[in-house]
Design a protein around this ligand. Structure first.
Ligand SMILES: CC(C)(COP(=O)(O)OP(=O)(O)OC[C@H]1O[C@@H](n2cnc3c(N)ncnc32)[C@H](O)[C@@H]1OP(=O)(O)O)[C@@H](O)C(=O)NCCC(=O)NCCS
Length: 184
């Protein structure tokens, strides 16, 4: 089987629409990617509008080889951009990947991140046919751990002070799901 990822967009879930990010999304993504509270536990620092535009210009929405796709998450009822999600295809040999998500706190507490991340797992397992998908989070990021548990991902590891992150040693929790554990 040739493993590639060319999703048919948009991807619809009950309340959300997932589609490739576009240059026009810059102001919406900047609104939350520029907030210190949003960036507290994620690799990047709060972004300027110029940095958001640069990242969007480099984003991909299909893959023939390992790499990342980044999608915008819209609320279907009003078209509001509520967040963005990333699927990382790490390895063809191991058919391994990773998910990530960042949501606008204005829209928190509605289950949107869980619903969008579930669709991302669908892309990973049903379309790309990955064997294993992980999520790696800062151990203090309880909101993100709750998303992963709602998705049915298993906590596999608690890594003590494994990263020097934003000025301090931080613990990491690793979650995983195998294709054999994915029920759609
Ligand atoms: C991590 C993050 C996406 C979680 O957002 P969230 O809004 O808590 O997660 P969800 O969208 O899944 O919403 C879950 C909440 O909605 C509630 N909810 C309401 N309707 C729901 C529904 N239909 N389905 C599921 N949950 C629902 C849940 O009970 C939960 O509420 P609680 O926080 O009071 O327990 C968000 O905090 C974020 O973007 N943080 C900054 C970036 C970040 O850290 N990303 C992760 C990097 S690893």
């Amino acid at each position: 089987m040739v493993h590639v990822l060319h999703p048919a967009y948009p991807i619809l879930t009950e309340r959300l629409l997932l589609r490739p990010v576009a240059a026009a999304d810059a102001p919406a993504l900047h609104r939350y990617q520029s907030l210190a509270e949003v960036c507290r536990y994620i690799p990047y620092e709060p972004r300027t509008l110029e940095r958001v535009e640069q990242v969007l210009a480099e984003a991909r929405s299909s893959l023939d080889e390992p790499g990342n796709i980044q999608l915008a998450v819209e609320r279907r009822s009003d078209g509001a951009v509520v967040g963005d999600i990333i699927l990382m295809w790490h390895s063809r040999e191991h058919m391994a990947g990773e998910i990530g998500y960042v949501f606008d706190p204005v829209f928190a507490g509605n289950g949107y991140a869980t619903e969008a991340a579930r669709a991302l797992l669908g892309l990973a397992f049903d379309q790309l046919r990955l064997h294993r998908v992980v999520a790696r989070i800062d151990a203090r990021n309880q909101a993100s751990a709750a998303v992963l548990r709602r998705l049915g991902m298993r906590q596999e590891a608690y890594l003590v002070q494994n990263e020097w992150f934003k000025g301090e040693w931080t613990d990491e929790i690793d979650f995983a799901m195998l294709a054999s554990e994915w029920s759609g």
